[in-house]
Design a protein around this ligand. Sequence first.
Ligand code: DGL
Length: 270
Amino acid sequence: MIGLFDSGYGGLTVLKPILDKLPQYDYVYLGDNARAPYGIRTAETVQQYSEQAVEYLFDKGCTLILTACNTVSALALRHLQQKYLRDKNITDKKILGVIRPLAEYAAKSTKNKRISVVGTRGTVASKAYDIELKHLDNDIHVFSKACPLLVPFIEEHWHHKPEAKKILKKYLRPLKSTNSDVLILGCTHYPLMYSDFKRYMGKNVDVLHSGEIVADSLKDYLERHPEIEKLITRGGTRKYITTDCPDAFKEFGNKELKLAIDTVKKEAIW
Ligand code: DGL
């Protein structure tokens, strides 16, 4: 089974293209809606919440966990890998993040080596994208902007409203003058406002759809690692778990992402 988790609905933008490209596997998605957003919290808290999510998903039988959240990937991925996978005898479990695939794609896409990144306060402050991009190509200039109000708007289902678009426009204004030719959506919630990002950045900026890129990278990873791939169960099942408000979760997943969710279970993970 493949497990994905996020603070809330954002990871569904990653799950959706993964289900399209790799429908054969069993999946469990965990949204920690009770404690969203993560992006305003300290690294210590994000690590603690992520440990609980990972333990829950391993317990459910996941072989591979994807932290479908940039904030977790930035602030907790290394911590999780060291805590749960450090022992060399553990060869049947993997934890992957979302930042590296996006950074690799962006580094290949940029022509003028000027890349903008939007994300939560935690992701931007961590400089995870700057570090990854500079590591790939030291000549790349990175410009970042934290957009902390967007996740609450999306979690509240308010992202279609003019108030959300107005705030987004304001957040993007300083990035427009950087002459970047690529914008990384460094938060898995943001693809839910993809067309607004595209419109405000203009046609000369390649706005990366994080879900599609992560899904392609997972497909590629499984092709390169048959020893992991063969451990993932193939039943085509999908389980949806939330730490609060299962009805709202189901409505959001079906309405916004057309996921055809039947049941969402509320579970305590701490
Ligand atoms: N969707 C998440 C991310 O990619 C988390 C957002 C949040 O909870 O603040 O960063």
